[in-house]
Design a protein. Structure first.
Length: 112
């Protein structure tokens, strides 16, 4: 098995919505950084085709990173240039728990 060395890869901030108690029995939804990951970001070419998965067709980039279970398409990522990418699909190739291929859609400059 080939090991992916992400030790020199860029860091990405994974963000999502968290719920906090408002003190009167309800919740307040707030955007927050959930964790950071390292990986290799690549641009998908314009001729990518997929008839089985429309999420891949919407994607503009792919991030290759180490395997983890706590990432989903309800989250988004911010790179070191303050660009936002929505997560469209998280793929564990062959269900081997080795690495992830995270398909992303470039949104633009992130404004918190």
């Amino acid at each position: 098995m080939v090991i992916i060395d992400t030790s020199r890869a860029l860091y990405f901030s994974v963000k999502g919505i968290i719920k906090k108690d408002n003190g009167i029995g309800g919740n307040i939804e707030k955007e927050a950084e959930l964790f950071k990951i390292q990986g290799f970001l690549d641009l998908l070419t314009g001729d990518e085709t997929s008839t089985n998965n429309s999420f891949i067709q919407e994607s503009t980039h792919i991030l290759i990173t180490d395997y983890r279970e706590d990432i989903s398409n309800k989250q988004w990522m911010i790179d070191n240039k303050n660009n936002r990418y929505d997560i469209t699909l998280v793929d564990d190739p062959l269900s081997m728990n080795h690495h992830l291929e995270i398909y992303l859609k470039f949104i633009g400059e992130y404004n918190a």
